[in-house]
Design a protein around this ligand. Structure first.
Ligand SMILES: [Zn+2]
Length: 522
């Protein structure tokens, strides 16, 4: 510890502040003490760049992508390797280059091998470098997220708090962590809370609120651990981010090396990305009439609409509020006067339940497997006050109709039979919708013709055979309408690809999740 930091701590002890768990004086003094502990205010403020190299894991879908929604279902992780984060502290610029590799089986060889990304920020301009090397501007939501991600580092954070244009307030003890917490509104207007370690005075964590499609909004908190000295400043060698939903760990990062003021590339936004990204276009929904009273609605993920005597039932409200609302609005136009009253949700995964909150806000009753009831209640019950979505603006309770093994929806004009899927290693609590009149199955994640690998191809034919269904056509959430025969053909091809991928990995003496494939014969 630097002498001046030690003196600060000793003074605090002498005053009895530490004993009472109070930071000395004011929020400003807590920040000043942190700057001293990090290496001294002038040293911190004269730094030009930080380069943080390491590896880590990202929690797939914030914990919403596991085999089932049980809080102790094993978390699926995406590994990030070769991660290099460069922060230009003087100019408010950042670049993060890393390779993301799934540590669980999913459907594309490229995801299993690893996808390199290069994301950048210069002030308010966020852009990506594509695989072709071309810069591409991204929207304001990404800009805010990256700005906060740039502050997700103790030195960048304390510098932002030292900015005279920042507002500091509400010094208090955070009971859960024992840290001294303050609220900060940065010069850019971002609101953060910082926790300081009462012994070392170093930043112990930072937190902020962010919008979330599935969870309304979440408070994310990153803990800094394993501080060590590098070039005269204290830097953490461990980062863990947790959200306030089931304490899900969303990011773990293991630092290999921190370079202080090392030369970096120029991270100035190029002219090509200085034009603002156009606002995202409203989703367009294409309608295909499949049979009498059955429509396939093609959006960002496809839904099926079933017409009953006096109402319409949807299968799937995928991806997002925008997509789900577009699907619901389109379904309302199919038969004038017939309201859309229910949505069947195939399974809980956060892409497939991305429209859940929107559907609840629209007053739809949700039909799903009983195993998803609890998580759907949690999702629909969360507030969204800082970043209100449709449900945040007009909260209403979720109405649920659970399915155990089967549920039949039937009236004079339509019959839809809902069945639980079998023996599926991707999702345990999934349901399909079978229309016996048209011999169609609507399904999510049993097959997608665009996958190149499948590890659960057995599940679709086993489900159809077990329930003795006579299927002619497959109405996929992902892909398009296929004959059932073609759908099974896609699964056989993808399962063979998975087997071949595993054989390549084995020949290279390389361990890959899901290998060897044991269910390719169906
Ligand atoms: Zn899924």
């Amino acid at each position: 510890m630097r002498p001046i930091a030690l003196i600060t701590v000793m003074l605090a002890l002498a005053a009895g502040d530490a004993a009472r768990g109070q930071a000395p004086g004011s929020p400003r003094q807590a920040v000043e003490a942190a700057a001293e502990a990090l290496g001294g205010r002038s040293r911190i403020q004269s730094l030009r760049t930080l380069t943080i190299v390491g590896y880590g894991q990202i929690g797939q879908q914030n914990g919403g992508g596991n085999i089932d929604p049980h809080p102790y279902a094993p978390q699926k992780w995406t590994n990030v390797g070769g991660s290099t984060r460069t922060i230009d502290l003087q100019n408010g610029r950042m670049r993060l280059v890393q390779t993301a590799t799934q540590d669980f089986v999913f459907a594309y060889e490229r995801n299993m091998r690893g996808i390199r990304s290069d994301v950048r920020l210069d002030g308010d301009i966020a852009w990506n470098i594509g695989a072709n090397g071309a810069p591409q501007r991204v929207g304001d939501a990404a800009s805010r997220a990256r700005r906060l991600d740039m502050l997700n580092n103790p030195i960048a954070l304390v510098r932002a708090a030292l900015d005279p244009a920042a507002t500091l307030s509400n010094l208090r003890t955070d009971r859960a962590s024992g840290a001294q917490a303050i609220d900060v509104t940065t010069a850019k207007g971002d609101q953060l809370t910082i926790g300081f370690d009462t012994r070392t005075r170093l930043p112990a964590w930072v937190s902020w609120v962010q919008p979330d499609t599935n969870l309304g909004e979440v408070t994310l908190r990153t803990y800094y651990t394993a501080y060590q000295a590098e070039n005269g400043v204290q830097v953490p060698f461990g980062y863990t981010s947790v959200i306030d939903w089931r304490n899900t760990v969303t990011w773990r990062f293991y630092v290999d090396r921190v370079l202080v003021d090392a030369p970096t590339d120029d991270l100035t936004a190029p002219a090509a990305v200085r034009v603002p990204a156009p606002p995202p276009a409203a989703p367009t929904i294409q309608v295909e009439n499949v049979a009498k009273g059955i429509w396939y609605l093609r959006g960002q993920g496809n839904s099926t609409a079933f017409e009953f005597s006096d109402h319409i039932v949807l299968y799937e409200v995928y991806a997002s509020e925008a997509n789900a609302r577009a699907i619901i609005e389109k379904a309302r136009t199919l038969v004038p006067g017939k309201p859309v009253t229910r949505a069947i949700v195939s399974h809980h995964h956060f892409d497939h339940s991305g429209g859940l909150r929107a559907a609840v806000a629209e007053g739809l009753e949700i039909i799903t497997h009983r195993g998803n009831v609890e998580i759907f209640r949690e999702m629909a019950g969360r507030p969204a006050k800082t970043f209100p979505d449709a449900l945040g603006r007009s909260p209403r309770p979720i109405r649920l109709l659970p399915v155990d093994e089967t549920l039949v929806l039937k009236d004079a004009v339509m019959e839809v039979q809902i069945y639980r899927t079998l023996n599926n290693s991707h999702m345990a609590n999934a349901v399909i919708a079978y229309a016996p009149g048209a011999k169609t199955v609507s399904q999510g994640d049993l097959v997608d013709e665009n996958w190149d690998l499948v590890y659960w191809g057995n599940s679709y034919p086993e489900t159809v055979n077990f329930w003795k269904l006579d299927v002619e056509r497959d109405l996929a959430v992902h892909g398009r309408i296929n004959t059932y025969r073609d759908a099974i053909g896609h699964l056989r091809r993808q399962a063979a690809n998975a087997k071949a991928f595993c054989e390549k990995a084995a020949a290279a003496n390389f361990s890959v999740p899901g290998c060897p494939v044991t269910n390719a014969d169906f």
